[in-house]
Ligand binder design. Structure first.
Ligand code: TYD
Length: 160
C-alpha cells in the first residue's frame, strides 16, 4: 500500500518501557552516536543505553531483490531497533488503527519498534542491508502472521 512519507518522521526522545506496546506513539526514530572522522565515520550501539533492551539477537537482510517485501507480521513480546546499514528501504508500521511509513537511509539512525506492532518492509534500494537488533532469540510462537488476528489481538472488540 502506498502511503505518503511523513515529512517529519516521529522521533523518540525517551525510550518506551517494555510494557508500552501496541501503539505507534511507542515507536520512532532514534539518533545513534556518530564519531565523525576523515578516515570514515563510526557508530556504536550499547544495550540498555542506545537501545532500551538487552540485545539477544542480531540479524540482517541483504541481497534483497528489487520489488521484494519483507516482514508482514507482528510480535507479542519482541522489541527491535531497525537500521539501514547500507542503502535505504521503507518500514510501514501499523498498530491496528493507524499506519505510518518510515524511510530509513542512514546508518546512524534506528527505528525502535515496540511489541504488538505490524511491520512491513519494502522499497529496498539495490545493495541495501537492513540490520535488526532484537530483544529476544528467534521464537516462531512470538509471531502474529495474520493481520486480522493481529488486529483482534491488539484492538480487541468488545464482546469478542
Ligand atoms: P521472518 O521473520 O518471517 O522474515 P522477515 O520478517 O524478515 O520477512 O523470517 C524468515 C525465515 O527465517 C523464517 O522461516 C524464520 C527464519 N528466521 C530464523 O530462523 N531466525 C531469525 O532470527 C529470523 C529473523 C528468521
Amino acid at each position: 500500500m502506498l502511503l505518503p512519507l511523513p515529512t517529519d518522521p516521529p522521533r523518540l526522545t525517551t525510550f518506551p518501557r517494555a510494557d508500552q506496546q501496541g501503539a505507534l506513539a511507542h515507536c520512532g526514530v532514534v539518533e545513534l552516536p556518530r564519531i565523525e572522522d576523515r578516515r570514515g565515520n563510526l557508530t556504536f550501539v550499547e544495550a540498555e543505553r542506545h537501545v532500551p533492551f538487552d540485545i539477544r539477537r542480531v540479524y540482517y537482510l541483504y541481497d534483497v531483490p528489487g520489488g521484494a517485501e519483507r516482514g508482514g507480521h507482528g510480535h507479542h513480546r519482541l522489541r527491535q531497533l531497525i537500521i539501514a546499514m547500507s542503502g535505504s528501504f521503507d518500514v510501514v508500521l501499523d498498530d491496528g488503527s493507524n499506519r505510518v511509513r518510515y524511510h530509513l537511509n542512514r546508518s546512524y539512525t534506528g527505528l525502535y519498534v515496540c511489541p504488538m506492532i505490524w511491520r512491513e518492509l519494502d522499497n529496498f534500494s539495490s545493495g541495501s542491508v537492513c540490520l535488526v537488533l532484537a530483544s529476544e532469540p528467534y521464537d516462531e510462537a512470538d509471531y502474529l502472521r495474520d493481520f486480522d488476528e493481529f488486529r483482534a489481538a491488539v484492538r480487541p472488540q468488545p464482546g469478542t
